[in-house]
Design a protein around this ligand. Structure first.
Ligand code: CO
Length: 167
């Protein structure tokens, strides 16, 4: 299966993904391909429905200072704790390249429960841009594109720029 990044507003980006129940070699192959696609596109996060695989899988690179980790994989991720404090950072998306906006509701730090490719449960803690990235990707898995969470002015700006690109 050859996967590629779907551009907004592909309807698969607006569709909720299903829980992963079977942790088999097909899943592993998709995850490996997602990591490859994300790194090649210079992204720091990618949700499975962005490549048309409708399961709750995300890959991301963690930023530590200016260094990016090798890609991590989070399966069936769930936010179990979030800070009151908001992150105050802009974010972009590989499904709408070059458009960066701040989503006001992103928590500055979060705790996430997830499974690895073998079905083992883990808990991860993320702050700053890494926390924003996880929240953005989990929204994808819930069929929510970040444009839906922008204030009216930014949303209008985004739609206008996309329209211009389509020509
Ligand atoms: Co995105």
């Amino acid at each position: 299966m050859e996967l590629k990044i779907l551009p907004y507003p592909d309807e698969r980006l607006l569709t909720t993904c299903e829980e992963v129940i079977t942790f088999d070699s097909e899943l592993h192959a998709v995850i490996d391909q997602m990591k490859h696609i994300m790194v090649n596109a210079n992204g720091i996060g990618l949700a499975a429905n962005q490549v048309g695989y409708m399961k709750r899988v995300l890959v991301m690179s963690i930023k530590i200072g200016n260094t990016l980790s090798s890609p991590l994989e989070l399966i069936n991720p769930k936010i179990v704790e979030r800070s009151e404090k908001s992150a105050g950072l802009s974010e972009g998306c590989l499904s709408a390249p070059g458009l960066f906006y701040q989503v006001q509701t992103r928590a500055e730090s979060i705790k996430v429960q997830y499974q690895d490719r073998f079905g083992q449960t883990h808990v991860g803690e993320y702050t700053g841009i890494n926390a924003v990235c996880v929240q953005h990707e989990i929204d994808h898995l819930d069929g929510i594109f970040f444009f839906e969470k922008l204030n009216r002015q930014n949303r209008r700006d985004a739609e206008r720029k996309l329209e211009k690109r389509r020509g």
